[in-house]
Ligand binder design. Structure first.
Ligand SMILES: *Cc1c(COP(=O)(O)O)cnc(C)c1O
Length: 416
């Protein structure tokens, strides 16, 4: 087995990887939560650090032989602290949802009241879906958007907070294109004695790149995935004020998890190192410019953009309201030509989650490939043509060729 590469040892699986490389190179990735990691991040993930068991924390492990692993974990922590101006960081969470489970476990009790953005208006599963641990174990009270502006209704949030007196208020989203007023969240929470929890899974890279205000100095606790705009390995971190450090660490291990994934921790350190470089600020600025330009191009093709535009890397298109096309139909046709997007509920959607009125578009991945504003017109036109020809396989096949030809101009990191 030794020193035999995957192609020789397991050609079946090796071929599956090749196929996925081809799909990633030839397609346009507009799923807002996806990105391409660098070769250095890939290399760390594929390293022998995968072999180690390290339950516990640096200097206090339940297994021997962790003196090198400690260095990797400490490096990830130091870099994350610097990147987000954090007092304490736990870099072990396996992904965003388990990180959030640890936050709930650390700070509140089952049955406690929590305020979170309504899921059908942009919130995340772990902010109160009835089948998720959050909805099952805690009493989640949703807050909503203003019908007219499609922005979070902060006055309404304040009213709900005063009436309900929640133990914790969550600020964060998976599908919302506007900036959050961190200070106002904190002010409302302080008024009712609630803990402030920001889930910046989607926008962490834009915060690290100094394009969006950082909640870490303001909020009690902040969680984020590391694989979305932050462009690291699949995983998460939790940042908090020193007073919550012990409770957070205990909730991650032994509360939620066993051994950390040390190869992923190492890859997090590499990604944080990349995010500390000036080129990452440029990247995140370009992500937002591209997102705003793509939204503008869609508007010029007479698609309605939820809330009228975007401050971040994503936006929702009201397809049914604009063209009587459903999210499911659009996802299907766009998939056929190699454009990856996801169907999405729009605020106050009258359609079902499995076939909603909208789609969500995001620019982190295409920006990593080097696309700039001028390319967004082409992307918008490819989307529009596909939607207009969604019932014509012949035209769709030709569009697919165009998508491949266009995409191949932009290299994917880590793929030759
Ligand atoms: C993506 C996301 C998560 C969860 O991340 P997973 O790694 O998929 O578990 C949590 N919160 C928000 C707001 C997200 O967008």
């Amino acid at each position: 087995m030794d020193n035999i590469n995957i192609l020789k040892q397991d050609p079946i699986l090796a071929n599956i990887i090749k196929l996925e490389e081809k799909r990633q190179k030839e397609g346009l990735e507009l799923i807002a939560s996806e990105n391409y990691v660098s070769s250095a991040v890939l290399e760390a993930m594929g390293s022998v650090l995968a072999n180690k068991y390290s339950e516990g924390y640096s200097g206090k492990r339940y297994y021997g032989g962790n003196e090198i692993i400690d260095q990797a974990e400490n490096l990830a922590i130091e870099r994350a602290k610097k990147l987000f101006d954090a007092e304490h960081v736990n870099v072990q969470p396996l992904s965003g949802s388990p990180a959030n489970l640890a936050v709930y476990m650390a700070l509140i009790k089952p049955g406690d009241k929590v305020l979170g953005l309504s899921l059908d208006q942009g919130g995340h599963l772990s902010h109160g879906h009835p089948l998720n641990f959050s909805g099952l174990l805690y009493s989640i009270i949703p807050y909503v958007l203003d019908r007219e502006t499609e922005l979070i209704d902060m006055d309404e949030l304040e009213k709900i907070a005063i009436i309900e007196k929640p133990k914790m208020i969550i600020a964060g989203f998976s599908a919302y294109s506007r900036n959050l007023d961190w200070k106002r969240f904190k002010k409302i929470a302080d008024r009712v004695g609630a803990i402030t929890f920001a889930d910046i899974a989607h926008i962490a890279g834009l915060i690290a790149g100094k394009q969006i205000d950082n909640p870490v100095p303001i909020f009690d606790v902040v969680s984020t995935t590391t694989h979305k705009t932050l462009r690291g390995p699949r995983g998460a971190i939790i940042m908090c004020k020193e007073q919550f450090a012990k409770a957070i660490d205990r909730a991650v291990f032994p509360g939620v998890q066993g051994g950390p994934h040390d190869h992923i921790t190492a890859a997090k350190a590499v990604a944080f190192g990349e995010a500390l470089m000036p080129s990452f600020a440029e990247y995140s600025s370009q992500v937002i410019k591209n997102s705003q330009e793509l939204a503008k191009q869609m508007q010029s093709l007479e698609y309605r953009i939820v809330s009228g535009g975007t401050d971040n890397h994503l936006f929702m298109v009201d397809l049914f309201g604009s063209k009587k096309i459903t999210g499911k139909e659009a996802e299907h046709a766009l998939d056929f030509v190699g454009i990856s997007i996801n169907k999405n509920m729009i605020p106050f959607d009258l359609r079902r989650p499995m076939d909603p009125s909208g789609i969500r578009l995001g620019t982190p991945a295409i920006t990593t490939r080097g696309m700039k504003e001028k390319h967004m017109k082409i992307v918008a036109e490819l989307i529009h043509k596909t939607l207009m020809s969604r019932d014509n396989d012949f035209i769709l096949k030709n569009i697919k060729k165009e998508v491949i030809e266009f995409s191949l101009n932009f290299p994917v990191p880590g793929i030759i």
